[in-house]
Design a protein around this ligand. Sequence first.
Ligand SMILES: [Zn+2]
Length: 145
Amino acid sequence: MSIRPDIAELLRAGCSDREVTRRLNVDNRTVATARTSLGLPLHKPGVRPASSPQDSFRQRTRPVDGGHLEWTGHRTNCGTPFFRWMKKGYTAGRIAFVMQHGREPIGYALPGCGYRGCVAPAHLEDQPMRDQLKTQMAGIFGGAA
Ligand SMILES: [Zn+2]
């Protein structure tokens, strides 16, 4: 069957069946059928917990001037931004790096922007990126790599 795109859009946006019914003036069964066809789980009312480590990460950050991102969450004893999601531990740097680059960092994911403790995904570099930068600098300035 074909699903009305407006219904699909609202369902994908996380609206409840009742809300879609009311907003688009369609009947309940149409909405329920659309939800099943789209393979979307039933809407659960109330405060939604973070649905992914990425969500969890975003909830614990605060943008600061210059496009940097400050960590407002927990830190380990040695100061590393750290959080738990679904009983698993993640460091903020690692999650942010994966969000930006779509791969796991090699070595430490550290900000290369100069802002202390920055966790902005676009500002994080891993070891190979730092090495590459060093090589480029050496190439430009003629220093020994
Ligand atoms: Zn930064």
